[in-house]
Design a protein around this ligand. Sequence first.
Ligand code: PLZ
Length: 467
Amino acid sequence: MYSSYMRRRPARSYSCRMSMTIDAPTLQGGPSLPQERRLVTSIPGPKSEALIARKQAAVSAGVGTMMPVYAAAAGGGVIVDVDGNSLIDLGSGIAVTNVGNADPHVTAAVIEQVQRFTHTCFTITPYDGYVEVAEALNRLTPGDHAKRTALFNSGAEAVENAIKIARYYTGKSAVVAFDHGYHGRTNLTMALTAKAMPYKAGFGPFAPDVYRAPMSYPYRDGLSGAEAAERAIHMMDRQIGVDRIAAIIIEPIQGEGGFVVPAEGFLPALQKWANANNVVFIADEVQTGFARTGQMFASEHEGVVPDLITLAKGIAGGLPLAAVTGKAEIMDAPHAGGLGGTYGGNPIATAAALGALQAYDEHDLLARALELEGIIRHELTALQSTDARIGDIRGRGAMMAIELVDANGKPDAALTGKVAKHCHVNGVIVLTCGTDGNVIRLLPPLSIGDDLLREGISVIAEALAAN
Ligand code: PLZ
């Protein structure tokens, strides 16, 4: 029974504008939560309904929400909502809780730190946790050259800073991103992001001197990695001129753009070209990083050694932290005081990161990501053999997706939306992505169990059968 494991804290109630009160049951999250899909109300239940109404009255309409339920606790492979429904989590809060929600390594480190001090500002009165995270990232990221790290708050902020550093180092200004790329929602990162709706429409003008090169998208373009790289390099040479290009930025596997895995050889060819032309090669591993793909960083699958790498999401078990790590001579180029921010590398977030890094190691989450890939590929391949609407299965590790198409092979966003909705109301959190909105992506926490993962995929199968 729900109440048998629910640990109620002293009753708290929150009164809202309409003087309605809602009990907020406080559960102990983390891996000890029962690992099951269990619906005790319709989705959304009454407590979530009430919160949805309050949200509408209090939160900017520009901030959309995908799931119609409000979270109360999470851990392992489930999120429990305020009505007591337990949902299978195949999203990890967009690839963040790789080590699992409320992982004990993370919560212990946070509690210890939050009781010592919560903030001093690293650029005013520094502390050791920041330095320790920098040392760890310098050690863990690809390449054995001398490295330096700077910490920030979000993926977008890391990307902004990587571009600043690349421009400073090269003395050049043009930046190249790729078709389907996603790099954030700030002004410069909106310029780098490909997709207009919902990220850019109405929010311009955007930062100048940003260009877009063609991506390698094997399912759609049929090109080899070498051919796709030649096409991109030709465009950059002819349309921009290499003597103007400070940096190229690319996700080794595209996230929001549709889990596009470039053809083998594409990334190494771009890296080689960049190195030969004083162009900083930035790998945006915000979504692919931290064991998600079965390597600590996705660049490693093809032996790519980026000049700079941007990191966030999986870095700190759910606390906001981001980083730029890269070659010492590039990272050390800006003048002292040129990089910073009030909260970057906040002590609670760095403590959480050190806890999360322990969890990656102790639970051997690299191996776990590959095991999850095996299960996902097996289940999805079986599904595809009887359903031609699954045009492509792709990804690596616990970052896998299906691209849904109609009878003519065209992207089928309507079907994708219906499949996702079916999953949501049946207790499975799945996310969609893709420039054409026709990709269902699976990003389970690496702490999910085999059976729960299989059950989640079986609900996707039901959703396809019902539509
Ligand atoms: N680079 C590769 O995936 C964030 C965005 C969700 P922030 N992706 C999820 C949304 O709707 O806003 C992302 C990413 C890559 C950069 C970012 C930006 O990271 O931490 O959201 O700023």
